[in-house]
Write a protein that binds this ligand. Structure first.
Ligand code: ZN
Ligand code: ZN
Length: 620
């Protein structure tokens, strides 16, 4: 880099030097420039000049040279309020909340009175600190004391701080008491409501606000998506377009994450084309979202195309692609992508290993799984309960049930329900009643509300002929409020999402759907299909069992898919629970009878049903 200062400031007046330094600072962009100019400032004896110091501090902050900013600030003998404010802003923007607050205390001790520029960044710092509600309140007290509370900018910062710190009540109170509310005030309170999972209230404010800008729309769209309400996020996005508001990159990140959740691949594709057409910069974040949408929507080829086309990738890009391959049953590909990642020198994180370990599980790569598990430590990553869960699952599925149990017993952290559930699954597959009993007992301690566990335990006792125990378990179950997550399945047809629950008759084409189901039932019977028998350890269907198995939500969604799309079109279903054994075998046959590819994403993984077979090879 060529030196910026080649001519000495000979014979110039003080002001001229000052101006020259100013203009140099305004064209500087790197730390290298800063050090050169700073050296010059020292040589010229200008280092106590507050104007120059302020400008230099701003530059340090924008080039992330925060250590240099400390050096600079500590050498000023009499900082002004403006310099303090600049330093506070620099610290807050560089995510140093403690230092921000310390500098404020220093400012107070030096008896420099704060002004309206001091507080917003202090509040921002409070919002990023974990125990910050009391700190935030203390700063609020200062604001009241110094008489700055009516300042609209400070008020907005207060609303933002309280909602981020978990005190939505205080934020709502300030909002109600605000004499003037600008668009920022409204946006802050909407963001606060969505952040605190008060979706209805957030929407109420959104509908009520007198005027909206793109930030308001982005906040609401992303707010719905983050609260798991993907369908509403997409609906709102459609209204945004209808009202002629031009989406930006932030909007599309919100929309794409909703698409990924809902498996809305068609909307995702539309957004993809929209980005290409509208000239919005396709950055790493948007690309990562697209990989997620395509892989969660069952279109792995397109996900891979996006991944391969990326000029720059983050660890998240690799993670999404690896776990995408794993979920679809391409374990070997996931593992080789991980090795490519290591070769390219991208440092994996704990999420990478969840992808790799579950890839090994789905592909039955037991030795590789064991090896990668020990490799985590080499990368300096301490295995979390999720990683243990993956390995227990891997060993269990591979028939190493005893080894899996040993691993659980030697875990340095307490095993969770997921781990006992994985062991139980293995015991079911490999018929180990003794260990299954132990696993269910642990599961009942951890999730006493789960009805499936009681049913399973009583089945185990029944199989052993311990009828007293059977009765005891039934007693316990009756004495408790047992609940089940209602199962639901959704399907995207022509960019709109149709959702079904068990025995659903609310769909406008319900009559045709049930007719189709009846027809399928006949065909399945002719093909020799028998509804799943109640073997002892398989009777823990997550979706409620009713007399008619054929009304499980995924069957309704499949039947609707069959009547609503032209022959040969693949059918993509998203289910919130695990697919039950009966639906799984029925779907295999339906794919053959109807000549359709059926892709089901359940809570655990993807099932690609084709010509009577499933990609999971009946392990899920
Ligand atoms: Zn089912
Ligand atoms: Zn399957």
């Amino acid at each position: 880099m060529p030196p910026l200062l080649h001519s000495p400031f000979i014979n110039s007046k003080y002001r001229l030097i000052e101006e020259e330094i100013f203009s140099l600072l305004s064209i500087s962009t790197s730390f290298n420039h800063i050090t050169q100019i700073h050296a010059r400032i020292f040589a010229l004896g200008l280092h106590q000049n507050n104007f120059i110091a302020t400008k230099l501090l701003t530059l340090c902050s924008s080039t992330s040279s925060i250590n240099h900013a400390f050096l600079l600030f500590n050498h000023i003998s009499n900082p002004t309020v403006c310099l303090y404010n600049t330093f506070i802003r620099a610290l807050s923007q560089n995510n140093l909340p403690i230092q921000t607050l310390k500098t404020y205390t220093q400012m107070k001790n030096a008896q420099i009175p704060s002004d309206n520029y001091t507080f917003p960044f202090l509040l921002k710092a409070c919002a990023t600190l974990p125990p910050s509600p009391p700190l935030g309140r203390a700063v609020h007290g200062e604001i009241i004391r110094t008489g700055f509370e009516p300042d609209p900018y400070i008020r907005n910062s207060l609303i933002d701080m309280y909602s981020k710190c978990g005190s939505l009540e205080s934020a709502l109170y300030l909002f109600d008491e605000s004499p003037t509310r600008d668009i920022v005030t409204w946006n802050s309170i909407i963001a606060g409501c969505f952040r605190r999972e008060n979706v209805e209230k957030g929407r109420e404010f959104f509908d009520k606000m007198p005027q909206r800008n793109v930030v308001s729309w982005n906040t609401a769209v992303a707010g719905y998506a983050q609260n798991g309400r993907a369908t509403e996020a997409l609906k709102l996005f459609r209204r945004m377009q209808y009202e002629g508001v031009k989406p930006n990159g932030v909007t599309l990140v919100g929309v794409l994450s909703a698409c990924a959740q809902a498996g809305a691949v068609e909307v995702g594709k539309w957004v993809h084309r929209y980005i290409e057409r509208s000239g919005i910069r396709m950055d790493v974040l948007l690309n990562n979202c697209l990989i997620d949408v395509y892989s969660k929507g069952g279109n792995l080829r397109e996900a891979r195309r996006v991944f391969d086309g990326m000029g720059e990738r983050s660890v998240v890009s690799w993670n999404s692609m690896i776990s995408g391959l794993a979920m679809h049953g391409y374990g070997e590909d996931a593992v080789s992508l991980f090795e490519e990642m290591e070769r390219e020198g991208v440092e994996p994180n704990d999420i990478t290993f969840i992808g790799v370990l579950s890839a090994c599980t789905h592909a039955g790569l037991i030795d590789e799984g064991r090896r990668y598990f020990s490799r985590m430590v080499e990368h300096g990553i301490t295995p979390k309960v999720e990683h243990y869960g993956c390995v227990v699952d891997l060993l269990g599925r591979g028939g190493c049930v005893i080894e899996a149990h040993e691993l659980i017993k030697n875990m340095p952290i307490p095993p969770d329900a997921g781990i006992w559930g994985a062991l139980l699954g293995a015991c079911r597959t490999h018929g180990n009643l003794e260990l299954a009993e132990q696993a269910v007992i642990r599961l009942l301690e951890l999730e006493p509300w789960n009805a499936g566990n009681y049913v399973l335990l009583s089945n185990i006792y029944a199989a052993k002929g311990c009828w007293d125990d059977v009765e005891r378990v039934r007693e316990r179950m009756r004495g408790r409020k047992v609940q089940k997550t209602p199962g639901s399945s959704s399907i995207e047809i022509e960019s709109s999402i149709h959702e079904f629950v068990i025995g659903d008759r609310s769909h406008p084409r319900s009559k045709e759907i049930y007719e189709k189901l009846e027809e399928l039932g006949m065909k399945l019977k002719l093909a020799g299909y028998v509804p799943n028998t109640n073997s002892v350890l398989h009777d823990i269907c997550e979706e409620e069992k009713e007399h008619a198995l054929n009304v499980h939500s995924e069957k309704l969604a499949i039947a609707f898919g069959l009547i609503a799309t032209p022959p040969g079109t693949p059918i993509r279903i998203v289910k919130n629970l695990r697919v039950c054994g009966d639906c799984h075998s029925a779907t295999k046959l339906i794919s053959k009878i109807e000549g359709r590819e059926i892709i089901v994403r359940d809570r655990i993984r993807f099932h690609h049903f084709n010509d009577g077979m499933c990609s999971c090879k009946d392990y899920w």
